[in-house]
Design a protein around this ligand. Structure first.
Ligand code: NAD
Ligand code: MG
Length: 390
């Protein structure tokens, strides 16, 4: 039996992972599951999968979790330190599907104990890619991509030499506002930004798809994962979301990965890697699909995209600044304190401010420095956001 843990088990990726696990109950020994405020879901899954421990990220939820697990023999724990402790319990395979930079510490702990880390939590690569990859290397641990684009690229690279890679083309659906008149974007509401044309995902990544902050994170994620240069990474809007990404080789060949927009494909690939197993995903009927369309992303519609290239050009800890500022700006947008387009303005302003004021950007990429600059960037958003509102 393979020992596995799922962090962010109650979320969209976590639930899709559990859907695959529960189809083969005898194959897996579940060590830890984590969640947030949805205690009913967390406890239900922990009991169903007979986990050793269930952890909520939030200490004020511990009593509820204890009550829900009373008499089951399953341990209950809460808070960041408990997440890290659970992630350091031996497991062969760990799903990193917490949303945001909060996924970084548990991800590092899982790598420290040598687990294979299935990485949905792209934020941890954006804010501390080098640290994460070095931790994996030091512990002979493997990091596998779960983001659909990066799983597609990873699959396109099987058996290839990186020297043969000329470019990587990341596809983007274009999000909720791809066909909106540009002059209406500033007034876009949280509700409008929270519905995705093709994918069913958590609210935060869905809004990030509308703004393309998600694609911006994925551009940086591509650099961190595959070590390609920024100028080798392209983004193309592909509204059907059937091609998940493309690798272009030096001989002009392009290897595209196609499949239904269902995250169980990428999760299942990471779960069974290096083999392939049957997966319960829809098979594409290309005659029905009939056509695939593409267009270049408009800079005015997706200002977040250019910021990703600025982050890579600046280097150092700018990824941590970018991710933290993006997360905090998104908090303000969800709280209706910041407009849709203001998010990218505020993030750009914070990047500029942190670059000018603090030598910390060029500090070594240690966990402490990443967390410090993350904190400062969030505070800078709080300072700047009211100006945008006023
Ligand atoms: P979600 O909001 O549905 O779930 C997030 C999970 O994280 C929940 O279990 C929640 O309880 C937990 N969580 C929230 N705040 C936390 C905190 N402060 N500390 C610890 N745990 C916390 O999110 P999702 O859509 O499943 O996305 C999870 C991750 O996967 C994100 O990094 C996202 O970018 C990435 N991802 C998601 C998809 C998708 O299809 N949903 C696709 C690609 C990548
Ligand atoms: Mg993606």
């Amino acid at each position: 039996m393979r020992k596995l843990s799922i962090f962010g088990a109650t979320g969209s990726i976590g639930q899709n992972t559990i859907d695959l696990i529960r189809r083969a109950p005898d194959a897996y020994d579940v060590v830890a599951l984590s969640g947030g405020t949805n205690i009913a879901q967390l406890s239900k899954n922990a009991i169903e999968l007979n986990a050793k421990i269930a952890v909520t990220a939030f200490p004020d939820q511990l009593d509820a979790l204890r009550d829900a697990l009373a008499g089951t023999g399953i341990e209950a724990a809460a808070g960041e330190a408990a997440l890290v402790e659970a992630a350091s319990r031996p497991a062969d395979w760990v799903m990193s599907a917490i949303v945001g930079a909060a996924g970084l510490k548990p991800g590092l702990a899982a790598l420290e104990q040598g687990a294979t880390l299935a990485l949905a939590n792209k934020e941890s690569l954006v804010c501390a890619g080098k640290l994460l990859m070095e931790t994996a290397q030091r512990n002979a641990a493997t990091v596998l991509p779960v983001d659909s684009e990066h799983s597609a690229i990873f699959q396109g690279l099987v058996g290839e030499d990186m020297e043969a890679v000329e470019r990587i083309i990341i596809t983007a659906s274009g999000g909720a506002f791809r066909d909106w008149p540009l002059d209406q974007l500033a007034a876009a509401t949280v509700e409008q930004a929270s519905s995705h044309p093709n994918w069913n995902m958590g609210q935060r990544i869905t809004i990030d798809s509308a703004s393309m902050f998600n694609k911006a994170l994925e551009v940086i994620e591509t650099r961190e994962f595959f070590g390609v240069r920024p100028e080798q990474i392209e983004v193309i809007v592909h509204p059907e979301s059937l091609i998940h990404s493309i690798v272009g080789f030096r001989d002009g060949a392009m290897m595209a990965h196609l499949g239904a927009p269902d995250m169980r494909h990428a999760i299942g690939y990471a779960l069974h890697w290096p083999q392939r197993q049957d997966l319960p995903v829809e098979r594409l009927d290309l005659a029905k699909v009939a056509s695939l369309t593409f267009k270049a992303p408009e800079a005015a519609r997706y200002p977040a995209l250019a910021l990703a290239y600025e982050v890579m050009e600046r280097g150092g800890l700018m990824g941590a600044v970018f991710n933290a500022a993006k997360e905090r700006a998104l908090d303000h947008f969800i709280a209706k304190k910041l407009g849709f387009l203001d998010m990218s303005h505020v993030v750009a302003a914070v990047m500029e401010r942190m670059d000018g004021e603090s030598g910390l950007i060029d500090a070594p990429m240690t966990l402490d420095n990443v967390l410090r600059i993350d904190h400062l960037a969030r505070r800078a958003v709080d300072d700047l956001a009211p100006e945008r509102i006023g």
